[in-house]
Design a protein around this ligand. Structure first.
Ligand SMILES: Cc1ncc(COP(=O)(O)O)c(C=O)c1O
Length: 448
């Protein structure tokens, strides 16, 4: 397919653009005008919808090199107590999000780990989490020898079903850990109401939600603590990195000390206020983050506009359901563009085959997570010697029964993801995604 601005594509883009927010009419006309629909699917040897790559990630510019070289030549590579770049990034990121305090860490996992320690979560405690998340959310709970308690997913939003949290609480629940997965905010009205009613702290896992907003407040600032990841794939990235946000001075003091081997506020080399660990971010990471931060807003706006347009196109395809946002969402961070695929509208074409066909059309995609609550390693760990020292056999058996998440099981079979960098290019890239899906749908019978 020619990726120059063909007349068909020009008309298609213009009609959608002119419609602004009411994009549906433009999208419909694109579907009718689409040129490659008659083509054989690429997986059967036809011409792919797209041969051009999507934008690459990360974006590297001159200012990144400048920041990096400043650290290199300055020779203060470790933040030790008060690294210049780490402190500057903490202040800037807290201000950007509207939080009082920020503590940077080596990665998102260590940000969550420090947060659980700040709340004193330990053996015998239960922590609420979704089953549809990256394994790190679970791993940090297990690092504390606490019990993860999974609350089923809301398939429409692909988020924790906050209405089901209360039923999972027990006298042992110590903390609620919602995850704003893919950047799409969790229903924080419900989470905060339940937390308040039961006097439970909330750690927001905002590792994928750098610009997400709930009722005009940035996610990570709504609970007691909020955590970010700056790992390579993330929308704000320094290869690895993490941050904890809080408005509570005591939690801030704890996290700052904990990530620096338990040193006191002055950071004196051999004086310790508590047990801690080395979770420090390097000055290189912080300098890079300060530079990457200069383009986060512009990139996020581009993703939001493209995602909105893509949703208008995909909503018209039977069997494709883009992730819904809760009414309180004022901004989606779009680390992922997520949807559900219903094979009944694709001649029963299995999702794996659909994904394969989509890749062959030049559209990178993934099927996403498997059910975390059913991970074999989890079952093994809960029956290990260490866990059995803390929890009895009947307790573990009861845990297994409480942790069925049938909606999530279905979700894990129907989810489809596109990646954040795919939303950074021109609007016509979205037309390609929709066109490839329509093409596969048209030929689904031949692909089964
Ligand atoms: C939802 C979620 N939580 C936690 C993490 C852990 O972050 P990191 O990889 O920086 O340790 C990630 C990273 O992918 C994540 O997506």
């Amino acid at each position: 397919m020619n990726h120059g601005l063909t007349r068909r594509r020009f008309l298609c883009t213009m009609s959608a653009g002119a419609a602004g927010i009411g994009l549906a009419a433009g999208a419909a006309s694109c579907a009718v005008q689409s040129g490659s629909m008659g083509e054989k699917p690429a997986i059967l040897g036809g011409k792919p919808v797209r041969t051009e790559p999507f934008p690459s990630w990360p974006v590297v510019k001159e200012n990144d090199e400048k920041g990096w070289m400043e650290v290199l030549r300055g020779k203060d590579w470790c933040r030790s107590s008060d690294g210049h770049f780490a402190t500057q990034f903490e202040e800037t990121w807290a201000k950007t999000l509207g939080a009082k305090y920020c503590v940077v860490t080596s990665c998102g996992t260590t940000a969550l780990y420090a947060s659980l320690n700040a709340l004193g979560v330990g053996p015998g405690d239960e922590v609420i989490l979704p089953p549809y998340t990256f394994v790190a959310t679970l791993n940090v709970i297990l690092m504390q020898y606490a019990l993860p308690v999974f609350v089923d997913s809301d398939r429409e939003t692909l988020q924790i079903d906050a209405r089901k949290i209360e039923a999972k609480l027990t006298a042992r629940t110590r903390c609620i850990m919602p995850v704003h997965l893919g950047g799409n905010p969790v229903n924080m009205d419900v989470v905060l109401e339940v937390a308040k009613k039961h006097k439970l702290p909330v750690i927001e896992d905002a590792c994928q939600a750098h610009t997400g907003e709930w009722r005009k407040r940035r996610v990570s600032t709504l609970g007691d603590l909020g955590c970010f990841s700056f790992q390579a794939s993330k929308n704000l990235n320094s290869g690895e990195g993490g941050a904890i946000l809080t408005n509570d001075p005591a939690l801030h003091e704890f996290c700052k000390s904990f990530q620096n081997q338990g040193r006191g506020p002055a950071g004196a080399a051999f004086q310790y206020a508590r047990q801690g660990s080395n979770l420090r971010m390097t000055e290189f990471q912080a300098a890079l983050l300060l530079q990457q931060l200069t383009r986060v807003e512009e990139q996020s706006r581009a993703r939001e506009q493209n995602a909105q347009y893509l949703t208008s196109l995909l909503r018209q395809i039977p069997g494709i359901s883009p992730a819904r946002m809760y009414e309180g969402t004022t901004r989606n961070g779009y680390h992922l563009y997520m949807l559900r695929y219903d094979k009944a509208h694709f001649a029963d074409l299995p999702r794996a085959r659909f994904l394969e066909a989509l890749e062959k059309e030049g559209i990178p995609c993934a099927g996403g997570y498997t059910p975390l609550n059913k991970e074999p390693f989890l079952k093994e760990l809960l029956n290990s010697r260490v866990y059995r020292t803390i929890y009895s056999g009947p307790e573990i058996a009861a845990w297994e029964e409480r942790n069925a998440c049938p909606e999530n099981d279905k979700l894990c079979e129907e989810a489809v993801w596109f990646f954040q960098e795919m939303l950074l290019g021109p609007r016509r890239d979205m037309d390609d995604i929709a066109e490839a899906i329509r093409k596969i749908q048209k030929h689904a019978g031949e692909l089964v």
